[in-house]
Design a protein around this ligand. Structure first.
Ligand SMILES: Nc1ncnc2c1ncn2[C@@H]1O[C@H](COP(=O)(O)OP(=O)(O)O)[C@@H](O)[C@H]1O
Ligand SMILES: [Mg+2]
Length: 252
């Protein structure tokens, strides 16, 4: 089984250090981990380091599988709308990244499957520039999934989606992770989504890893007070599952 380990990961933009010393043992294939933390904490920067899109100290180790250009795939937070491509072309382009340009029939079938699974096959021949933010987010997910990565880094993938789509996408991703043994890391703001869908959670605060472990042991009243500066309760819902209930923002 594939496993991902981070060892002393850091990053800087110019001379400004924005991330330091993030270490994590063995995230296993099939697991879904939430990356949470306030705005500008360094979540996207951590993803870019893991995907080798930026350089910095530390080691990203992917074991138990052959390393290759397709192994780690980053789905960015802002999916550009300026492309002149259609949805279909953009997914095909992503599929062909790092390989030759010859397109096999099976690859076209795979693209149809992914677009259908995400219920965006009706958009296949629309231009990317003509889509809503939520539709673009689903296309970005199709572009990532078509590459069948071993590690999928999703940066706030549900931020522009309606509730139905949010639940649909999170269920879909957790199912695929289990089915294909993919390691999924998701940057999330909705902590109830983290509690519901992610077995592990990593908290990034001010460029450092403030906590990590089983989600229910990481998302606590104290963490919400210290990191998010909110007054909140973790209560059990009628089905016995933990839920965050926010009472207010703390000042001072
Ligand atoms: N390309 C960049 N150049 C300079 N500073 C950046 C750049 N990208 C992000 N930063 C800064 O790095 C810090 C962490 O940003 P980011 O990783 O995007 O945070 P998050 O995803 O947690 O909101 C912020 O202070 C942000 O302003
Ligand atoms: Mg971000």
């Amino acid at each position: 089984m594939v496993a991902l380990a981070l060892n002393g990961i850091g990053a800087a933009y110019g001379r400004t250090k924005v991330l330091s010393d993030v270490s994590i043992d063995d995230l296993k294939g099939g697991s879904v981990t939430a990356i949470i933390g306030p705005n500008a904490a360094g979540k996207s920067t951590l993803f870019k380091r893991i995907a080798s899109l930026i350089k910095g100290p530390g080691l990203v180790q992917l074991s138990g599988t052959q390393a290759g250009p397709r192994t780690i795939c980053y789905m960015p937070q802002d999916t550009g709308a300026n492309a002149v491509l259609t949805v279909y072309e953009s997914v095909l382009l992503s599929a062909k990244q790092g390989s030759g340009w010859r397109v096999a029939d099976e690859e076209l079938i795979e693209i149809d499957k992914v677009l259908k699974a995400l219920r965006i096959d009706n958009l296949a021949f629309r231009g990317l520039g003509e889509l809503s933010g939520g539709q673009r987010q689903l296309v970005a997910l199709a572009q990532a999934l078509i590459r069948k990565p071993e590690v999928l880094l999703m940066d706030e993938p549900t931020s522009a989606l309606d509730l139905h789509r949010q639940v649909e996408v999170l269920n879909f991703i957790t199912d695929i992770a289990k089915r294909d043994g993919m390691i999924v890391l998701i940057a999330l703001h909705d902590l109830n989504h983290a509690l519901h869908y992610c077995e592990n959670t990593i908290v990034i605060d001010n460029g450092t890893m403030a906590a990590s472990g089983a989600t229910s042991s990481v998302i606590t009243r104290d963490m919400l007070r210290d990191i998010y500066r909110i007054d909140a309760r973790i209560e059990q819902c009628s089905q016995g599952k933990p839920m965050v209930i926010v009472d207010g923002a703390l000042h001072g």
